[in-house]
Design a protein around this ligand. Structure first.
Ligand code: ATR
Length: 294
């Protein structure tokens, strides 16, 4: 067993525990968000971080560790493990199977490991919180990006009843794959549009979502002209460093309701916490402040 596992077990001091697993993992805010709930509800448990290399052997060791450690409840997975973990688990929840990625592992009562995906839940819950008046069925939505995050978001939006989803990605072939995977059989459409048309396809949209990494601090900006976006549309950016991206600042200035990326991060943690520690939780302004300061 590597030192990282030994340190995690030691930090848990016999209490039930979960952890966020990634490579690298030092900058994850998940310990802050779960730590907040543990304190808030006076739960004698632990949530740590575990660096695991992106190899099949290392992920196999993780699964074996979770199975054999009695007080291990499960884990969250972040980059680059969300897809590679899937074949090493015992059960995959249907929604996670559909998305093809797992961000939450829950050890069931019989010791088997179940993979779930709560990204779509987190996205919709944050959207509902930030823009309570938004109605999925009211009109077309525009989604920028077709990476890992987009898969959960597109699946959730189609399931929520969006009548038409316009999907754009720099690499169009990836958007086509996503369109094939998530187009329902009831006649609703996922329209694949050209990345260069991103300012034009905003006409009539009720929601614009950025799932790309563009706009992240230190990275490239997202270049888009919002003139054609209705003033009544909601703009949702899943980037949360910075919290107020240039996209959100531009949208806010013209009167659009804005949803920042921190809400999705917080809400996606709820189902895992509830399954592991048996306590219903919600997000709060105090938790937002604590996670931002972490
Ligand atoms: P995540 O899991 O966070 O979605 P990802 O799978 O690496 O991360 O996806 C990153 C997204 O940002 C992709 O849609 C990517 O577009 P490509 O599929 O063409 O790579 C998009 N992206 C990253 N850098 C970009 C850039 N400079 N211009 C346009 N899109 C970019």
């Amino acid at each position: 067993m590597s030192d990282a596992y030994a340190s995690l077990v030691e930090a848990a001091r016999g209490r039930p525990f979960a952890a966020v697993v990634g490579w690298p993992i030092e900058h994850s805010r998940s310990p802050a968000l779960h730590g907040f709930w543990l304190k808030q509800h006076n739960i004698d448990g632990h949530y740590g971080r575990l660096p695991v290399q992106p190899t099949k052997a290392a992920l196999g060791e993780l699964a074996a560790f979770l199975r054999r450690t009695p007080n291990a409840l499960g884990c969250n997975l972040t980059l680059p493990h969300k897809v590679e973990i899937v074949p090493l688990l015992d059960r995959i929840h249907p929604a996670a199977a559909h998305i093809g990625a797992v961000n939450t592992v829950v050890k069931l009562a019989d010791g088997r490991l179940e993979g779930r995906n709560t990204d779509g839940f987190g996205f919709l819950a944050a959207l509902q919180e930030g823009a309570p008046g938004w109605n999925a069925k009211a009109g077309p939505v525009v989604v920028l990006g077709a990476g890992g995050a987009a898969r959960g978001i597109v699946a959730a939006l189609m399931q929520a009843g969006v009548p038409e989803l316009r999907l754009l990605n720099r690499t169009q072939a990836t958007a086509v794959d996503l369109g094939v995977a998530f187009t329902p059989r009831d006649g609703r459409r996922i329209a694949i549009e050209r990345w260069d048309d991103r300012s034009r396809v905003l006409e009539g949209a009720t929601l614009l979502v950025n799932t790309t990494s563009l706009g992240t601090k230190g990275g490239q900006p997202l270049d888009i002209d919002l003139r054609r976006l209705p003033a009544s549309a909601v703009v949702d950016d899943i980037v949360y460093v910075p919290l107020e991206t240039a996209l959100l600042a531009q949208a806010r200035a013209r009167g659009n309701v804005c949803v920042d990326g921190l809400g999705m991060l917080l809400h996606q943690g709820r189902p895992g916490f509830e399954a592991w520690f048996g306590q219903k939780v919600d997000v709060s302004a105090a938790q937002r402040r604590e996670v931002l300061a972490a």
